[in-house]
Structure formats: structure tokens, C-alpha cells
Design a binder for this molecule. Sequence first.
Ligand code: ZN
Ligand code: FE
Length: 365
Amino acid sequence: MRGVYRYTVRCEAKDPILLAAIEHWLKANHIGDVLEAGALEAEVVRLEGENAIEVRYAFAHREAFERYEQEHAPRLRLESRSLFGDEIAWKRSQGATLFQRDASSLRVRVIPYFRDNYAYLVHPITGNKPLPCIVVDPGDALPILQALERYHLVIEAIFCTHHHADHVGGLSALLEHFPSVPVYGSEYDMRHGRIPFQNRAIRDGDTIQGLGYPFQVMEVPGHTIGAITYVGPGFAFTGDTLFLAGCGRVFEGTMDGMYASLMRLATLPQSTLLYVGHEYTQSNLRFAQWVEPNNQDLAKRIKLVSHLRAHGQPTVPSTLKEELATNPFLRCSSSEVMAFAASRGVIGSEAEVFAEIRRAKDAFT
Ligand code: ZN
Ligand code: FE
């Protein structure tokens, strides 16, 4: 990459939790913005022990960087200040090191709707507008149509994780605008006709080509029999099967089946970014702390999440690594989770421990 123009800005804050919240926000929003604004590469690096984050950029040449500095960089400072207050300081710093962006060239946008639902738009970072996109779980059409207009996107395909109305209720209105798009859902849901306008039936192990990338289909029965997780390059859409720090209620499947589904998700690469169906993270964490009061990773995560929520930020995505450390439903082999189940009279297999934790969660307020 000869001739590449590199530079770094540094963000300092005394409170490490505030810094972690900013890090989450930068990764979820700013990196996509700066890549769309013409950066070749961008990454967020936490400098442990220095109370600082570095955002490192690479531009093709100095003019591209200057254009970014004039047109886009002021927004970063404004938005970060309005979200996180004046305690943070942005500084330019020298000596950016070389780095490689390892993620795919796709961006995932979070679309909140209803009280706590999330739909997602996946689209290429660069290209001629309008860009094609994949819509995941359009429970409501209006916020999606607004986002398509705002970001100059057109729908290439729709992925449905399961048939519940809060995930598929926007399909009919979307299809009025995009009548011939493929609507994917499980073969089971197609057979039962319970995802309106579904026209593609998929099965475990299938690969869907979308936006030029392969998306793997995993059947994850439990919340519903037809539940699907879509695994793209570096990220996954788990619907109501896996939540951050929690999992969905077992409505149609069996407890054993749900546990097997979660254990399959747990075999994805630990760096996989998880995009889930609902913003339940904060209340899930309260439950998790009841189950594992001595889990230090959990205590840290609770602080981070309350920071994000206090600033109106989504807690998605997290990584599988983070879930393995803090999600009680993925930790049924840990001694503290087993002790919790034992205190409620259940000593048995991991799946039995899971079932007891799930029952405890159902009754938890
Ligand atoms: Zn559901
Ligand atoms: Fe739901």
C-alpha cells in the first residue's frame, strides 16, 4: 500500500467504563461512516493502561484525508460530545502503525423499532448508489423504508429468523415497494405458511449468496421450531434464539433442543459479531448476576451496558467471546452456574442445568 496516507486520533477519558462505551460506539458507527467517506481502512484500538483509544485511518492520498477532515471529522467530535459529554478529549497523534482491516467489506446497520426490536440492514461499504442490501427481520416496514432512503439502498433479499409477527410484520409493506425480492425463511415455516410472502425455503447447512458473500444457514430450533441463524462473514443474526447475556424463551421446541442450538452457536469463531432480535441486554444482565454474582466479567459488562443504554445506544453487537464469558445460558458447565441450579434442587447434565436456568429466567422479574 505505497503512498497511503495514515493518521491517528486519540480519545482520552479517565473513566474506563466511559471509554469502553465510546469504543463500542466508534466500532458500531464511526468506522462504517469513515469507510463510506472514503477511508481505505480504519480501526479502533484500546490502549490498555493509558485510558485512551486510538482511531487509526488510512486514506489513498492526502487530498482524500483532507476532504474527510473537512466534511466528516467535525461530526465525529460533535456526536461523541453530545453522547458522552465533555469529559472526553480528541487529539491527533503521530506515528500511526500499519494495520490490516480484517473484517469483510460489509456494513451492518442497526434499525430499532417497536419497544425493543432490532432489524438489520447489511450492505457493501462502497459502490455505486443505490447500494444493494439484505434486510434481516423486518417486523415493521416504516423504519426500514426510511433507512433505505436515507442511506440510498435497495433491497436485494430479506432474511427472516423466525415467523413471529414482531419479526415479519413489515413484509407485506416492503414487498409493495420491492415485489420480486427473495424472502428467506426455514423450510418448516414455508411448509406451514406462517411467514407471509416467504418464497425461499432454506435448511440447515444451506449457503445463500448475498451481496457477493456466502451466508450460512443454521437451524436453531427452540424458541420456535423453524428458527434460523444466518451467519455472514464475521457476524451472525440470531433472532430470538441467542440474546446478549440471555436466550429466547423456549416456546415450540424442547429445552434439550434449545440447548443444543445454543451449543452449536457457541462453536462459531469467538470473534463473531452477534446481532440479536431484541434489546434485552440490561435485564438479562440483572438475571445473569443473580445466577453468577462472583463473575467479574459480568460486573464489568453491566457497567458498560448501563453506560450505553444511558446514552441511548444499542448494546449490539457483542462477540461470541463476550457471551461465553458472561451469558449464563452458554455457561452451564461453569461451577457457579451449576451451583445456582443445585441450589434450586437440580443436579444433572448441562442440558438439565440449562433447563433449570431457563425456568428461573421465565419466573424472573
Ligand atoms: Zn420471537
Ligand atoms: Fe421477538
